[in-house]
Design a protein around this ligand. Structure first.
Ligand code: C5P
Length: 392
């Protein structure tokens, strides 16, 4: 198999050398395309020596006279990987600009595109970069999210290139068309819910919806037909997933029950608000000197209702607990009538709400449990489906 590895001008460009080697170990012939900025950090000689292939740097380079290399390379590639992908390169790709060899080659390619961003955290958070990532993902690109941590410019935040094994795993999954969930219908609830107090205020929680998005992405790559009923979450979904947007728990309940008819797998990854405001006001509540009392009434238990209504489906819940004691999760599983429950100890750093990493303990109805390592939510989601497929 052939991979084109595009390297753009981030300090993480040196790590593309390891990536090239690992892709070769995984069986790819790797051809590297460097942007001008990448050459400020790494050299053509390095990649040519590593890969045994010529590097492409200039759109008008023709290693074979009379053949347009960007078209030839785009045709021959089974996958195009851009790692590290800078803000500039991502924004050019999103806009369809073809002003250098790498962007021209990407324009000419019909093959899967895997993008591993690496940049300063502010550049990553910039609206332009986020809009480009959303657009590229919508068009089918696979984004290997950067990690949180200290970056070379001395700041801290999300922007470090993902680990090399994570990028290689994403590439392998992208090129291998798995069919284990082909023809299977998967329905996932994801994100927080919002419970209005009045027309401008609401009660919500810290859920980002990242785990729900990761579960949907992983199921999609296994060939499933995936529907997500999503609260107002920030995490993006890949194209190919059908997303039904809701706001309140009641809306999520109603839509999920309809969407889940005939489902083979139902996963409750949403952080559903346990209560809604019974004395909700229309318009805008005015401030007074008096105490304001909100009356909170319980919301329906969505995953329990889904399990009751779909006895033929494998139904799995999530349980965010401030403890590593799995008995609480086990009791929830029984109460809700689930096949399994994925517990995560939210008292530990790097697990649970609004983090990029997670560690799951999957507890089954018969009391057995299996534990994952601490890994990215995408890796966790792949591990989750592996375990569920083994057991169901
Ligand atoms: O009871 P608890 O909220 O801890 O249970 C968590 C699991 O139940 C998750 O899978 C969550 O999506 C689901 N849940 C639900 N509806 C609720 C509360 C939780 O579907 N009202």
């Amino acid at each position: 198999m052939n991979a084109v590895l595009g390297v753009s001008g981030s300090i993480a460009a040196y790590r593309a050398a390891d990536l090239a080697r690992e892709l070769m170990r995984a069986g790819f012939t790797v051809r590297v395309c460097l942007t001008d900025a990448a050459q400020e950090f790494v050299s053509v000689a390095l990649f040519e020596a590593l890969t045994g292939q010529p590097c492409l740097i200039d759109t008008f380079d023709e290693p074979e006279r009379g053949r347009m290399a960007h078209i030839d390379w785009a045709r021959a590639a089974d996958v195009v990987v851009v790692a590290p992908a800078t803000a500039n390169t991502l924004n050019r790709l999103a806009a369809g600009v073809g002003d250098d060899m790498l962007t021209t080659l990407c324009l000419a390619s019909t093959r899967p595109l895997v993008l591993a961003p690496a940049m300063n955290p502010q550049m990553y958070l910039h609206e332009a970069t986020q809009a480009s990532l959303a657009l590229l993902e919508e068009r089918g690109a696979v984004i290997v999210e950067p990690l949180e941590g200290d970056v070379a410019c001395g700041e801290s935040g999300q922007g470090k290139l993902a680990s090399i094994p994570e990028i290689v795993a994403a590439v392998l999954e992208t090129v291998s068309v798995s069919t284990v969930l082909k023809g299977k219908k998967v329905v996932i609830t994801s994100g927080p819910t919002r419970e209005p107090i009045d027309d401008v205020r609401y009660i919500t929680n810290r859920s980002s919806g990242k785990m729900g998005s990761a579960l949907a992405r992983a199921a999609l790559r296994l060939g499933a037909d995936v529907t997500v009923v999503a609260g107002p979450q920030t995490a993006r979904f890949p194209s190919g997933v059908s997303v039904l947007r809701v706001e309140t728990a009641q809306e999520m309940h109603d839509l999920a029950l309809t969407a889940a008819k005939g489902a083979d797998y139902i996963v409750g990854a949403a952080a559903v608000a346990d209560y809604h405001v019974a004395n909700r006001t229309s318009g805008k509540l005015r401030r007074t000197a008096e105490n304001l009392e909100l009356v909170l009434s319980p919301n329906p238990d969505i995953i329990a209702a889904l399990a009751a209504a779909n006895p033929g489906a494998t139904v799995i819940g999530f349980a965010a607990e401030p403890t590593s004691d799995l008995s609480v999760a086990q009791a929830k599983l029984k109460r809700k009538g689930l096949f399994a429950i994925a517990a995560n100890d939210v008292s530990q750093a790097g697990q649970g709400f609004d983090t990029d990493t997670n560690k799951l303990d999957l507890v089954f109805a018969d009391g057995r449990s299996v534990s994952s390592e601490m890994m990215s939510k995408n890796q966790c989601a792949r591990w989750f489906w592996d375990q569920i497929l083994k057991e169901s």
